[in-house]
Design a binder for this molecule. Structure first.
Ligand code: CS2
Ligand code: MN
Length: 358
């Protein structure tokens, strides 16, 4: 496995490549271009500059998170073919600079949903939380709260210009139910997976977060059945998964370790987001510190499911809390993610050595 951390680029991230380079165990950064509008081709010169920065800092950049999918592709409008052609070109361009995995999601309208970006834990650290009572409000109110509470940072998948017209966006999705969204995902994958195969890139879909419908929106990557459907719909290793343990675990009916084990065996997990969450009640939760004792997931078993089934992809800790006075982009401070890396690396070393005599 290759341990990585997400990095938002020189202008958008308080955490520097030099900081990341000093975290023991980290070999690479997961990056993206944030100044190319969704749907447009990522230009070669910008990719070269981005990857070059990582390399000069002694880090790899083989995973991109994310090349986002234009709403027209998800809705299935006649304009989608132009955006799909652009996506194909972006894949080719990224491959030229050594990118191996592209993480993306297929959630309509917005990326992940949390209702509190500064939820205070008993030890005084801050984390993100989701409480159902807080989405039983008007859509505009919920969207405004998310944007206002992001400590002044842009959130991935939450472009303020796009969401300024959230009602119009919702209206565009009105005829898109789960079946239609599935059909549109398969249409997209059938077009991009052959390009990936040709240039040695793997697509890796991120599960829906949360993994059930909110605001009546369709949701199609929620559980084992959905992942099985995805793998069969386009049967290629290049049609893979970003298994985000936190997102999958937000539905307590999902058995995260079983899912990890099965899809690692099937060679479809190319990228793992490993984080812990603590279920408060029903489906309300907060993102806890990574170690098992603080959350609802047994992180030893999580890492064992990957390890014992031959995982050889990329991995990163997911959101961290804010500790030691750090502030910044919610979920993406340095300190708690670095602790996450150290913990996950320690579990992996133990798993590697468990069969050796003491
Ligand atoms: C990430 C997602 O920060 C996060 O929660 O896990 O934003 C993820 O990058 C996207 O869903 C993938 O497209
Ligand atoms: Mn994730």
């Amino acid at each position: 496995m290759q341990m990585t951390m997400r990095w938002f680029g020189p202008d958008e991230d308080k955490v520097t490549l030099e900081n990341i380079r000093q975290v023991p165990g980290v070999e690479g950064v997961v990056g993206a271009l944030y100044d190319v509008p969704v749907g447009e081709v990522w230009p070669l010169d910008k990719i070269e500059a981005l990857v070059g920065q990582a390399h000069r800092a002694g880090l790899k950049m083989e995973v991109i998170e994310s090349v986002n999918i234009h709403d027209d592709i998800k809705i299935g409008t006649p304009e989608r073919d132009r955006y799909i052609a652009n996506y194909q070109q972006t894949i080719r361009n990224l491959a030229k600079f050594g990118v191996k995995v592209i993480c993306y999601n297929f959630m309509p309208v917005f990326d992940w949903m949390k209702t509190d970006m500064n939820y205070v834990l008993p030890d005084g650290s801050l984390t993100m939380a989701f409480e159902k009572k807080d989405i039983d409000k008007s859509l505009e109110e919920v969207v405004r709260e998310v944007l206002d509470n992001a400590n002044g940072f842009a959130l991935p998948g939450w472009e303020p210009e796009r969401l300024a017209k959230v009602q119009e966006l919702f209206a565009r999705y009105q005829d898109v139910d789960d079946d239609k969204l599935r059909e549109n995902l398969v249409y997209f994958l059938k077009a991009v997976v052959p390009v990936c195969e040709e240039v040695g890139v793997k697509m890796a879909i991120h599960p829906d977060d949360p993994p059930y419908s909110i605001f009546g929106l369709p949701r199609i990557i929620k559980n084992r059945e959905d992942l099985d459907w995805l793998c069969n719909a386009v049967d290629s290793e290049a049609n893979g998964i970003t298994l985000c343990t936190g997102s999958i675990a937000e539905d307590p009916d999902n058995d995260v370790c079983e899912i990890l084990a099965e899809f690692t065996r099937r060679k479809r997990i190319h990228f793992a987001h490993v984080r812990n969450i603590k279920i408060i009640k029903d489906k309300d939760f907060y993102e806890s510190a990574h170690p098992s004792q603080y959350g609802s997931l047994d992180m030893y078993r999580v890492m064992q499911a990957l390890h014992d089934n031959g995982f050889d992809g990329y991995i990163r800790p997911d959101h961290g809390r804010f500790i030691w006075g750090e502030t910044g982009r919610p979920g993406y401070g340095l300190y708690d993610r670095a602790l996450g890396v150290t913990y996950l690396t320690g579990l992996w070393e133990a798993l590697n050595k468990q069969k050796q005599p003491a």
